[in-house]
Design a protein around this ligand. Structure first.
Ligand code: HEC
Ligand code: HEC
Length: 290
């Protein structure tokens, strides 16, 4: 190694003295801006390691002067959210629909929570957004078997329909054919009568015979004119909305074998505030409430 550097005559830059086939390697110095950034990065890394959590230790890690922790920040945020929820949940229990609708914050809380709970617990039977499928009523329309006020809906959800609960709603559509309460011919006449009162094509003579049978066997639950009674959960037979179906074949099947749709009680599965939230959702957001 010699002290005197070889200077490349074309560029004026020192060479490394490495040479291959008379081609020499230049020893170009690092640009100043690059070295500047390099030292700034080192200083920043040291500063960061002192202030912030950075260095893995045998048990845990260095906490840093600031003691910053994302985990702790999330925990605080979650706790705050729980506290807010608790306040709203407590407000919901026992509140009337009027009170809830007048408190926009509470209403939003209830419909959001109710919507999520409805998706988890109710859509399997009542269909997406409660539009209903045969045997499982549509909860969006204004047609209610058991009642569509906020309190009616809440009671239905709490105790169910034909569920195993002392307070459950109960009403039964007997199997008039299977239990031999009526002859097959009488059932045919009743089918024609139901077709007539629901505004469909029917055989006039058979429907007239069916009307008498209807008065004897059916009006106790479905009402004198077949418009249904809520105490018995007996649907209106004169409209175009059917729980099971309004074709002759399905009406016949209903009268022959009876129907006993089962809606579980939720008082043992969900909290009072959750049931109130779902009731608000069904009543206000699905838009079918009375
Ligand atoms: C296992 C199926 C099932 C599940 C799950 C279910 N339901 Fe029902 N639900 C029914 C059936 C069946 C009926 C109709 C009962 C009848 O024939 O009167 C009904 C009726 C209702 C009614 C009364 C409708 C009316 O016209 O009066 C409401 C309200 C209701 N359900 C809400 C809910 C809510 C809210 C949930 C979720 C917490 C839910 N249901 C979950 C089966 C179910
Ligand atoms: C003891 C009360 C009771 C009597 C009596 C009764 N029903 Fe019903 N009926 C019901 C109930 C309750 C339902 C609904 C069953 C359900 O929700 O699962 C129903 C449902 C029906 C339906 C289905 C409606 C739909 O929307 O799909 C028809 C049709 C019907 N009844 C016809 C009759 C006829 C005809 C008679 C007389 C032979 C009769 N019912 C007698 C209680 C009764």
């Amino acid at each position: 190694m010699s002290d005197s550097k070889n200077i490349d005559e074309h560029t004026g830059t020192a060479t490394t003295s490495h040479e291959w086939d008379e081609i020499e390697e230049l020893d170009t110095p690092m640009p100043k801006w690059w070295i500047g950034i390099f030292y700034i990065c080192i200083a920043w890394a040291v500063g960061y390691a002192i202030l912030m959590p950075a260095i893995p230790l045998l048990n845990g890690y260095s906490k840093g002067v600031f003691g910053f922790s994302d985990r702790a920040r999330v925990a605080v945020a979650v706790e705050k959210m729980h506290a807010e929820r608790l306040v709203n949940s407590e407000k919901l229990v026992g509140a009337s629909i009027g009170t809830i609708q007048n408190d926009s914050d509470l209403l939003r809380f209830a419909t959001e929570q109710g919507k999520a709970l409805f998706g988890d617990n109710c859509e399997t039977c009542h269909g997406r957004r409660g539009q209903g499928v045969p045997g499982y009523p549509n909860l969006n329309d204004d047609i209610w078997i058991w009642g569509g006020s906020f309190d009616d809906i809440k009671q239905t959800i709490n105790y169910g329909i034909r569920a195993e609960h002392d307070e459950t709603r109960f009403g039964s559509m007997a199997a008039f054919g299977r239990y031999e309460l009526l002859e097959p011919g009488q059932i045919d006449d009743l089918v024609q009568h139901v077709l007539r009162i629901s505004g469909q094509q029917s055989d006039a003579a058979a429907a007239a015979r069916g009307a008498n049978l209807f008065a004897e066997n059916c009006t106790s639950c479905h009402g004198d004119t077949g418009k249904g009674t809520r105490e018995n959960g007996a649907p209106n037979l004169t409209d175009t909305d059917w729980l099971y179906g309004g074709t002759a074949a399905i009406i016949r099947e209903t009268i022959f074998n009876g129907r006993e749709g089962l809606m579980p009680n939720w008082d043992t599965r969900l909290s009072a505030s959750q049931i109130a939230a779902i009731s608000v959702y069904v009543h206000s957001d699905l838009g079918g409430g009375e």
